[in-house]
Design a protein around this ligand. Structure first.
Ligand code: GP9
Ligand code: MN
Length: 690
C-alpha cells in the first residue's frame, strides 16, 4: 500500500515520473492503435515483437527532447510533442481507413489536387475509438492543469538527458538491425509503407518518407524541358517502324492482360514425373492464334512485380534501386497504357489483384497511370482459407472477379495480377495436385506445385471466357513478371533442367519469361525475336492500331523486322541474338562460350551495345527521377489528373454497377455469367460449384 502510494507520488510529483507516464501511455496507445486501426499483418514472433517494441525508441527520443527544458515549460513542451505525435497518429487512422496506406509528404503536398476526394471521404468516417490516439494527451494535460500532477521544478542533469537521447538512438539502431534481418531490403526496396510501420514505427516512417521526398524534390528541381528534349532526340534516333502487317489487327478489342506471377519460360513444356506442369499455358503457347515469344526476358530490378508493371505499361525501366512505383508513383506524371487507350480509343481501364492495395504503392501509382478502377483485396471475399502468401488464391481470385469483369464497359483494358505462384511456393495440401520436385532445395521444390495451381486457375478462367463469348472480343496478353527461382539456387536449377551444371550464363537465360498475345483469328506462331518487358507496350499499341510515334517509350515493336533485339538487364548486362553480357563478361549467346579474346571488330560491337544499354537505362532513370514527363505536352494526350480517380469501393462499385449497354452483363440479358464459371477450388466445395 505504502509502495503504491510512493509510486503514485513519484508519477505525479517527480519530473521523471511524469516523463515515464507520458512515454508509457504513448507507447501502449500506439501499440493498441497498430493492432486495431491498421492492417499491418505481423506474422511470427519477430514481427510481433518489433511491432510492440517500435513505438518506444521514437517516443523516448522525441519526448525526451522536452527534458532539456526547465521548469513548467519542460512539462508543456513534452505535452506538445506528444500532441503532435498523436495528431499524426490520428490523421493516419483516418487516411488509412480510406486508403489502406499511410499519409506521405507527397500526398499532403498534392492534397490541392486530391483534397476533393480526401475531404469527402474523411467526413463521416471518424469512429469514436479513433480519439484513443489523443486521449492520453487530454488526460495528462487535464491532470496537470487541475494540479493532480504537480510540477517538479528541479532541473535534470544535462548529462542524464543526453544519455536518454543516446539510449533512444541505440534502440532505434537495434530495431532497424532486427528489422532488416527479418526483411532484407526493407528501406531500399520500398515495397509497402505498411512494412515500414510494422517494422520501424509510424514516426520512423514519417522520417523515412520526408527524407525520400526531399531527395526526390532536389532531383526534380534541377530538371527542365531541355532534359526531355535530349532524351527525345535519342528515342527518335532509335525509333523503329512497327510491323505494318500487324497494325490494327486487334483494333477495338478488349485487352485482358494476365500477370503470371513469378512464371518462368522453362515451365512451358516442362514435365515432372511424366505430368505436364502447365498444360493449359502450354496449349496457349502453341495455339495457332497465339503470338508467342521464345526469347522474351524479364528485365526487373529490385522493384520486381512493380518494375514489370512499370515497363509493361509505360515502356520505362524500373530504377537501379528500390521500386519506381513506390518512390515516384504518387506524384510523377506518366503517359501510361491505360491513359493512352482511354484517350485514344475510349477504353475503360481496370486492375484486379487479390492482394493489399498499398503493396508497391499501387493505390496511388495506378491513378497516375490513369486506371479508372482498381480492385485490390478489399473487393474480395477473404475467408480464412482463401488467402495465401500475398493474396487470395488464384482460383478464388478469378472466380470472384467475374462479377466485376462482366460489368466493365467494353472495350476494356483489364490487368489481372495473380499471386499464388509466389515465393516461398507453399501451397496448402488440398490444393496440391502434383508432387514437389526432389532437388532437396526447399525454396525450389514447391515451384512446380504453385505453377501447376496457377495453370489450372488459368484453365478455369479461359473456359469462362469461351463460354461467355468474351474470347472473341478480346486480345489476351499473358506475361511472366520475373524469375521464380533466383540465382542463388544453381544446384537445384541444374537438377530441374537436367543439366550437369548451371552457370551465370545459364542463369541469365533462366530470366526468360512467357509473353503471349492470344486472340481468335490472330496470325500466331512462336517468334524467336529477342526482346523484353520494355517492348510490350509498343507491340501492343501496334496490334491495336494506335499510332505510337510521338510517345516517350524505350521499347520497340517485337514484330518489327527492324527490331534491334538488344535486351538490357537492370544491372547493365544484356542479351542479343549474338552476344550476351553477364556480370561484365561476354558470351556467345548461341553456344554459351565466353569470349575471352574477342577480335577488334567484335570488341567495337560489344562496346557499342554496352553503351546503348547504359544510355537507355540512364535516360529512363532521368525521366523518372526528375519527373520529366511533366514537361511533355503533346497535343493528343491530356495529362492525367489524380483527382479524377477514386478507388473507394462503394463509390467505384456504384459507378461500375450502373447499366452499361456494352457490358457483358447487359449483353447476357442483364444477367450474371457467374454460372458459366466452373472451378474445382476445394474452398468452394460447399458453395455448389463443381
Ligand atoms: C504483391 C505481389 C508480389 O502484391 O505483386 O510482388 P513481388 O514480390 O513479386 O514483387
Ligand atoms: Mn512478382
Amino acid at each position: 500500500m505504502a509502495r503504491t502510494k510512493a509510486f503514485f507520488q513519484w508519477l505525479t510529483e517527480n519530473k521523471l515520473g511524469f516523463f515515464t507516464m507520458i512515454l508509457v501511455s504513448f507507447w501502449l496507445k500506439t501499440y493498441v492503435i497498430y493492432l486495431t486501426k491498421f492492417n499491418l499483418g505481423a506474422v511470427g514472433a519477430m514481427q510481433n515483437l518489433l511491432l510492440f517494441f517500435n513505438p518506444l525508441p521514437a517516443g523516448l527520443l522525441l519526448l525526451g527532447a522536452g527534458l532539456f527544458f526547465k521548469g513548467r515549460k519542460s512539462y508543456w513542451i513534452i505535452i506538445t510533442i506528444d500532441l503532435i505525435l498523436s495528431l499524426w497518429l490520428f490523421a493516419n487512422i483516418l487516411y488509412y481507413r480510406e486508403f489502406s496506406n499511410f499519409l506521405s509528404v507527397s500526398i499532403i503536398k498534392t492534397s490541392g489536387s486530391t483534397s476533393d476526394n480526401l475531404g469527402k471521404s474523411i467526413v463521416g468516417i471518424i469512429h469514436a475509438t479513433d480519439f484513443l490516439s489523443l486521449s492520453d494527451v487530454v488526460v495528462i494535460a487535464g491532470l496537470l492543469a487541475s494540479k493532480i500532477i504537480k510540477y517538479d521544478l528541479r532541473t535534470l542533469k544535462i548529462k542524464f538527458n543526453i544519455l536518454i537521447e543516446c539510449l533512444a538512438v541505440v534502440l532505434i539502431g537495434l530495431n532497424l538491425k532486427m528489422a532488416q534481418k527479418d526483411r532484407s531490403g526493407l528501406l531500399t526496396r520500398t515495397f509497402d509503407n505498411n512494412y515500414i510501420v510494422k517494422y520501424l514505427g509510424i514516426n520512423e516512417y514519417a522520417v523515412y518518407d520526408s527524407f525520400k521526398t526531399a531527395q526526390t524534390s532536389a532531383q526534380m528541381a534541377k530538371a527542365n524541358v531541355s532534359d526531355l528534349n535530349s532524351i527525345q532526340k535519342f528515342l527518335r534516333a532509335n525509333y523503329v517502324k512497327p510491323n505494318p502487317q500487324y497494325t490494327g489487327v486487334a483494333k477495338g478489342k478488349n485487352v485482358l492482360v494476365i500477370h503470371l506471377e513469378s512464371f518462368q519460360q522453362f515451365l512451358i513444356g516442362y514435365k515432372w514425373k511424366g505430368k505436364a506442369v502447365t498444360p493449359n499455358i502450354n496449349k496457349l503457347y502453341h495455339a495457332k492464334d497465339t503470338l508467342s515469344f521464345s526469347n522474351f526476358y524479364n528485365q526487373v530490378g529490385q522493384g520486381k512485380t512493380s518494375d514489370a508493371e512499370m515497363m509493361l505499361e509505360n515502356s520505362l525501366y524500373g530504377l537501379q534501386s528500390g521500386s519506381a512505383m513506390s518512390s515516384y508513383g504518387t506524384s510523377n506524371t506518366f503517359e501510361s497504357a491505360p491513359a493512352i487507350l482511354n484517350q485514344k480509343a475510349g477504353y475503360t481501364a481496370a486492375v484486379m489483384h487479390g492482394g493489399a492495395g498499398s503493396f508497391w504503392n499501387r493505390n496511388n501509382a495506378y491513378k497516375q497511370f490513369g486506371y479508372q478502377y482498381f480492385m485490390p483485396l478489399s473487393y474480395y471475399d477473404n475467408k480464412p482459407d482463401y488467402y495465401l502468401g500475398y493474396g487470395i488464391k488464384d482460383k478464388l481470385f478469378f472466380e470472384q472477379s467475374i462479377k466485376y469483369i462482366e460489368r466493365l464497359p467494353q472495350p476494356f483494358y483489364l490487368k489481372m495480377i495473380t499471386v499464388t505462384n509466389h515465393y516461398p511456393y507453399d501451397l496448402d495440401k488440398k490444393n496440391q495436385t502434383i508432387t514437389k520436385t526432389d532437388t532437396g532445395d526447399e525454396t525450389v521444390d514447391g515451384y512446380v506445385q504453385t505453377a501447376h495451381y496457377l495453370d489450372q486457375a488459368i484453365g478455369e478462367f479461359m473456359s469462362w471466357l469461351k463460354k461467355t463469348g468474351l474470347d472473341k472480343k478480346t486480345l489476351l496478353v499473358f506475361y511472366g513478371d520475373h524469375y521464380g527461382i533466383s540465382g542463388n539456387h544453381h544446384k537445384a536449377s541444374a537438377q530441374l533442367l537436367k543439366q550437369d551444371e548451371f552457370t551465370d550464363f545459364d542463369n541469365l537465360k533462366f530470366q526468360r519469361v512467357p509473353l503471349m498475345f492470344h486472340m481468335k483469328g490472330l496470325k500466331g506462331g512462336i517468334k524467336p525475336t529477342y526482346g523484353g518487358e520494355i517492348d510490350v507496350l509498343p507491340t501492343l499499341l501496334n496490334l491495336l492500331g494506335i499510332n505510337n510515334k510521338q510517345t516517350i517509350q524505350f521499347g520497340h515493336d517485337l514484330l518489327s523486322k527492324q527490331n534491334p533485339q538488344i535486351v538490357p538487364q537492370r544491372n547493365g548486362d544484356f542479351i542479343t541474338p549474338q552476344y550476351t553480357k553477364v556480370s561484365g563478361s561476354y558470351y556467345d549467346t548461341e553456344t554459351g562460350t565466353e569470349l575471352t579474346k574477342p577480335t577488334k571488330r567484335v570488341k567495337t560491337k560489344l562496346t557499342a551495345i554496352s553503351n546503348n544499354v547504359t544510355t537507355q537505362l540512364s535516360l529512363s532513370d532521368r525521366i523518372i527521377d526528375q519527373n520529366l514527363l511533366r514537361f511533355y505536352k503533346p497535343k493528343w494526350f491530356k495529362k492525367v489528373k489524380v483527382k479524377d480517380y477514386d478507388y473507394n469501393k462503394e463509390v467505384s462499385l456504384k459507378r461500375l454497377y450502373t447499366t452499361d449497354k456494352t457490358s457483358l452483363w447487359y449483353q447476357n440479358g442483364k444477367k450474371t455469367t457467374q454460372d458459366k464459371f466452373q472451378t474445382d477450388a476445394p474452398e468452394l466445395k460447399n458453395k455448389g460449384s463443381k
